[in-house]
Ligand binder design. Structure first.
Ligand code: UGA
Length: 438
């Protein structure tokens, strides 16, 4: 099939390369000419495992790039993958979605299906359909809208797209449903679960999924706060919860809370949507509140450990919102860094991939070239993002390098017993702290 993709951000670019891998001819457009030029020579604008290889494989072949929406004229299906950044009110800004759909419709010659892949609130398709009818009254029966929410995780995006747990398609017309089955035929043939719904249900399901995952994380973080007060161990509580198959073991990792470009933004947008629909979804605000408290709790542990924060050097290992990505949007690590800096501490950060974007986001952070450099003369090590390589940290060496022997493990990632043996006082999340005999 001939497919178009508007927007080459995280979702857009991953969508392009995976559709090319399925054997479709894909044309991707973006407003950013410089970015397109880089993509044409195989340069990826962000770190995502496996992306670069697929881009190299398909660029100038199954996958081509163009600055012009006109190039999408012959596409059977066009996927809108542009950003939907939050407005100050929390509502998603859908101007780019609207404009993209209008432009694609403006250039359409024959039957074209326009698909929302960006996360949008329920009701967006109805508005888009109005835009299409207004723009092209002559193609009234030949332009339609469908919803195909993305469930990929950053850091595992290629894997999630090539082998998704399920595909969700919301469509209201027979030909739209048929075209979407054509797009996903290679996966349907492999037996991947393919769920077809009406459009509003698909749109709402995406927000419902992300909010539920965020709820699980906040639930376990609230339990962690209780465990800290009761002397219980949240890791064991999570094991007990997870062994009940009605609950399941995933997304029950207590830590510094969730961040990224999806959960925080989607929670707020879902809350605004609920209010617009006349329902006060207070639970969503509680999820966000508990998430914020996770950063407060880490801050309290650092202050408890080093006493006055003024003039203290805090080594922060991990700055991205989670391992496996250089994305620092809504990163809880950076939120903690900001709060520490506000209270007079110096934060020396190190991240295997996200140091540069972190520095751009919080210029007051001192960036170190290695974990060891960050640790030198520091009064506390904060493990803020659980990059696998931090597991190999030489704790004895860290102890020698640091001014105070304190670790705040905000992700329960390091070996607490080993830290204690190396002479550290070790503060985990939701479990008793470990201190050498004082
Ligand atoms: C999330 C969803 O997992 C995807 O299904 C969805 O498609 C995507 O949002 C989206 O809407 O585009 P992502 O934001 O890439 O994906 O990251 P996750 O792996 O879900 O992690 C989100 C945050 O939750 C991270 O900060 C992570 O550290 C945190 N987290 C996750 C926890 O604190 N505890 C957990 O148990 C799991």
């Amino acid at each position: 099939m001939q497919l178009g993709v508007v927007g080459t951000g995280h979702v857009g670019l991953v969508t392009c390369v995976t559709f090319a891998e399925f054997g479709h001819d894909v044309i991707a457009t973006d407003e950013d000419q410089a970015k397109l030029e880089k993509l044409e020579v195989g340069d990826t604008p962000f770190f995502e495992p496996g992306l670069s290889e697929l881009l190299q494989k398909h660029r100038n072949g199954k996958l081509t790039f163009s600055h012009e929406k006109r190039s999408l004229t012959d596409a059977d299906v066009v996927f809108i993958c542009v950003g939907t950044p939050p407005r100050a009110s929390g509502e998603a800004n859908l101007a780019a979605v609207e404009n993209s759909a209008r432009e694609v419709a403006g250039h359409a010659k024959a039957k074209t299906l326009i698909v929302e892949k960006s996360t949008v609130p329920a009701g967006t398709a109805t508005r888009l359909r109005r835009v299409l009818r207004h723009e092209r009254p002559d193609l009234r029966d030949d332009l339609d809208v469908a919803s195909n929410p993305e469930f990929l995780r950053e850091g595992a995006a290629i894997e999630d797209s090539l082998r998704p747990s399920r595909i969700l398609v919301g469509a209201d017309s027979g030909w739209a449903r048929e075209r979407m089955r054509g797009v996903y035929e290679p996966l349907i043939d492999k037996g991947v679960e393919y769920i077809e719904t009406d459009i509003a249900t698909a749109e709402l399901s995406k927000h419902a999924c992300n909010a539920f995952l965020a709820l699980k994380i906040s639930y376990i973080n609230a339990i962690a706060r209780l465990c800290e007060r009761a002397g219980a161990d949240v890791e064991l509580v999570a094991e007990v919860l997870g062994s009940d198959e009605r609950i399941g073991p995933h997304f029950l990792k207590a830590g510094l809370g969730f961040g990224g470009s999806c959960f925080p933004k989607d929670l707020r947008a879902f809350d605004v949507l609920a209010r617009e629909l006349g329902y006060d979804f207070t639970l969503l605000r509680d999820i966000a509140k508990v998430n914020d408290e996770a950063v407060d709790a880490a801050l309290a542990k650092v202050s408890d450990a080093v006493w006055n924060l003024d003039g203290k050097r805090i080594a922060m290992l991990g700055l991205s919102f989670k391992p496996g990505t250089d994305d620092v949007r809504f990163s809880p690590a950076l939120e903690l860094a900001r709060r520490l800096i506000e209270r007079g501490a110096t934060v020396v950060g190190y991240d295997p991939h996200a140091s540069e974007p972190a520095q751009a986001e919080v210029p007051e952070i001192e960036i170190a070239a290695s974990a060891e450099d960050a640790l030198a003369e520091s009064h506390c090590l904060v493990l803020a993002t659980e990059w696998p390589e931090f597991r190999d940290l030489d704790l004895a060496k860290a102890r020698e390098l640091m001014a105070y022997p304190v670790i705040v493990d905000a992700r329960n990632f390091l070996d607490g017993r080993a830290a204690l043996q190396a002479g550290f006082t070790y503060y985990p999340v939701g479990r008793p702290h470990l201190a050498p005999d004082e």
